[in-house]
Design a binder for this molecule. Structure first.
Ligand code: TYD
Length: 342
């Protein structure tokens, strides 16, 4: 199929683009606005590949989306383009409603009018909200609690409405916390790995006992491709790694892998509205033939090793726009934080 992947220069998007092309079943047009976290270096190995093309555009730009669908005779769409970081959504919620709701709506409507045969929306387990006990199934009520997860829930519901209303063949994936190479260092694992490499403090929010289900980006990309190729139209699929860990445990594993001291960990002021736990039930996708292949312990080690051996990649990022964000998000927190006992 000729697939348009939006946000293909980002973390999950770039792994997905590479996977789709390497499968030998698809050609890919990558439409990416190259905002702060989009980085063409993530796909440098594909430059000039006959099954790959790049278009710089925003999914909110209706004319550019329209022209791309026509010019490349696009048959399927996977929407990875999104604002994704909860802390940034607290600082600037408007950007999230624009891209994750309005942008998704523009892309979806252009896709319907162009007669696209398949539309996959990459969503998140965060739309279920904080889950104190048990695990969320796809039919559960959505109770998003941050501007980020609420915006993703808006986009997710808009996409599903196109199946109900128009029988437009959409599918939705709700992935859990993803980790791996090329993740922008604002997120927990790459932030802690790169700070630890530099001997800088690791800002752990609250009591550090919040729980996330960690999913390797390789398993996540495989899950998205599987749902794109085999999912039932109008259906949602949870994609989780089955690795629920408390943040403090992950932070300790990161410092241990790097041979650094646990005293780098600082307990700092919590994120407002911080979701305590996410947990998803992935039986529906497993029944479709997908299962995660990467063990968390092995995947985390390899990810930390990737950051250790790709300093140029993340130092370029950390010395740019990121510096101001880091200052705003962490300077006061770190001044007031308390060190982790040895
Ligand atoms: P994050 O990577 O931002 O993903 P999400 O909030 O979407 O789950 O954070 C993962 C967990 O790590 C979350 O519970 C918040 C916590 N966290 C910290 O304790 N300190 C940090 O500096 C960051 C970025 C996250």
């Amino acid at each position: 199929m000729r697939i348009l992947v939006t946000g293909g220069a980002g973390f999950i998007g770039s792994h997905l683009v590479r996977r789709l092309i390497q499968s030998g079943r698809h050609s890919v047009v990558n439409l990416d606005a190259l905002k702060y976290s989009g980085n063409l270096e993530n796909l440098a190995d594909l430059a000039g590949h006959p099954q790959y093309a790049f278009v710089q555009a925003d999914i909110c730009d209706q004319k550019a989306v329209h022209a791309t669908l026509q010019t490349h005779r696009i048959e399927g769409i996977i929407n990875c383009a999104a604002e994704t970081h909860v802390d940034r959504s607290i600082l600037d919620p408007g950007a999230f409603a624009r891209t994750d709701v309005v942008g998704t709506g523009i892309l979806l409507e252009e896709a319907r009018q162009a007669g696209v045969q398949r539309f996959l929306q990459v969503s998140t387990d965060e739309v279920y909200g904080s889950v104190e006990q048990g695990s969320s199934t796809e039919g559960d009520r959505l109770e998003p609690r941050s501007p980020y997860s609420a915006s993703k829930a808006g986009g997710d519901l808009l996409v599903l409405s196109y199946w109900t209303t128009y029988r437009f063949p959409v599918v939705v994936t709700r992935g859990s916390n993803t980790y791996g190479p090329n993740q922008y260092p604002e997120k927990f694992i790459p932030l802690f790995a790169t700070n630890a490499i530099d001997g800088e403090p690791l800002p752990l929010y609250g009591d550090g006992r919040q729980c996330r289900d960690w999913l390797s980006v390789y398993d996540h990309a495989a899950g998205i491709q599987h749902v794109f190729e085999q999912g039932e139209p109008g259906t949602v699929y949870n994609v989780g790694g089955g690795n629920e860990r408390e943040n403090i445990t992950v932070a300790e594993q990161i410092v241990a892998t790097l041979g650094k001291s646990r005293s780098l960990i600082r307990f700092v002021e919590d994120r407002p509205g911080h979701d305590r736990r996410y947990s998803i039930d992935c039986r529906r996708l497993r029944a479709l033939g997908w299962s995660p292949q990467v063990s968390f312990e092995e995947g985390l080690k390899q990810t930390v090793e990737w950051y250790r051996t790709h300093e140029r990649w993340w130092r370029t990022i950390k010395s740019g726009e990121f510096k101001d964000y880091y200052q705003q998000q962490y300077a006061k927190r770190l001044q007031q934080g308390t060190a982790c006992g040895l």
